[in-house]
Design a protein. Structure first.
Length: 338
């Protein structure tokens, strides 16, 4: 990853600061931003990280997207990274959905003149999907969403009798925290990324009972309400994910109909942005968002056709050796609309 970063970092600016527009210390959030130094800025994307994580761990992905012309904002959610709050504890699930609202608003405030997009990883994918479904008015501010290994269902779901017991305990002791050990090799297959995860002192691995049950219930609710999705969305999952369920992502996309697309990346694990084909994925994400911009563009009657522009902007992406896409032959892949 370091060699990849050095190749594009010279074209990207970056800053990590506390958002000082807050009214109290508890409402402050630590914000990471990346944007292209030169060239045209044509879009902005908000990254929503997963449980126990923080925005700084998305530096590789953010640097790459910024080199393509996207401004990137990643906020350390409440109780995560350098932001305040007890680790792994929430007042309510709605508090986390509020974090998505706030993160997108920060991106809009910094880059108000370009189309907005949102990306959610794992728990962040759960939050973004529920934000899209539950807050349809607010989500109209984004042209599209990308969901990386979203937590709709765990790879191994607990039996309902255990869930009932968990909900009862969560009502009784909502802030009681339990360990959530995650093996680094479950996240990705890259030794350097695994080592960086284990050494990162800002990563935490405890979760309150309220948060645990809220994530399970909100994922199930999203599955049942997928048909309400109104924002174009791309769900991407690794076939070897041992934490979240790729089958659930595919089922959500089917239930959402024409608004959702699904990509299964064979041989990859949970954190696709740290896996070997990451550069291919980053290019795919940039192309997908650019296509959404083109499709949302209202053309004057005497302009070139939208199809002509799509042919010029969109292009096939060669899949790296050893990687295949579900439903497509290995060798090349063209995302819908490109």
């Amino acid at each position: 990853m370091q060699a990849f970063l050095h190749a594009v970092a010279s074209s990207v600016q970056q800053e990590s600061v506390f958002d000082r527009s807050c009214k109290s210390n508890m409402s402050c959030r630590y914000v990471h931003r990346w944007w292209p130094k030169d060239g045209e800025l044509w879009g902005a994307i908000t990254l929503v990280h997963g449980f126990g994580d923080h925005g700084g761990r998305f530096e590789g992905m953010a640097t790459s997207l910024a080199s393509y012309g996207l401004a990137v904002t990643a906020v350390d959610l409440i109780g995560h990274g350098r932001s305040p709050g007890r680790r792994g504890v929430i007042d309510s699930y709605e508090q986390l959905v509020d974090e998505v609202d706030r993160s997108v608003e920060l991106s809009k405030r910094n880059w108000p003149r370009v189309p907005q997009f949102v990306f959610g990883q794992s728990m962040g994918g759960n939050l973004v999907i529920n934000w899209l479904l539950r807050r349809s008015e607010a989500s109209k501010s984004v042209l599209g969403a990308i969901l990386g290994a979203p937590l709709l269902k765990a790879k191994s779901m607990p039996k309902e009798k255990y869930m009932r017991a968990g909900r009862w305990l969560a009502d009784l002791l909502p802030n009681f925290r339990v360990p959530t050990p995650t093996k680094a090799e479950w996240l990705c297959g890259q030794p350097m990324a695994q080592d960086a995860y284990l050494r990162d002192t800002l990563v935490h691995r405890t979760m309150s009972l309220r948060l645990a049950t809220s994530l399970v219930d909100s994922g199930l609710w999203a599955m049942e309400n997928a048909h309400r999705l109104q924002v174009p969305s791309l769900l991407v999952h690794g076939s070897e994910d041992r934490l979240t369920c790729p089958v659930a992502s595919e089922e959500f996309a089917k239930r959402a109909g024409s608004q959702a697309e699904f990509m299964l990346i064979h041989g990859c694990r949970h954190e696709l942005h740290e896996e070997a084909p990451r550069e291919f994925l980053f290019e795919t994400f940039a192309s997908w968002t650019k296509t959404r911009c083109i499709k949302a563009w209202v053309f004057p009657s005497n302009s070139r056709s939208k199809a002509d522009l799509q042919r010029n902007f969109g292009h096939s992406t060669v899949v790296p050796h050893g990687v295949s896409i579900e439903g497509m032959p290995q060798g090349s892949y063209t995302a819908s609309g490109l």
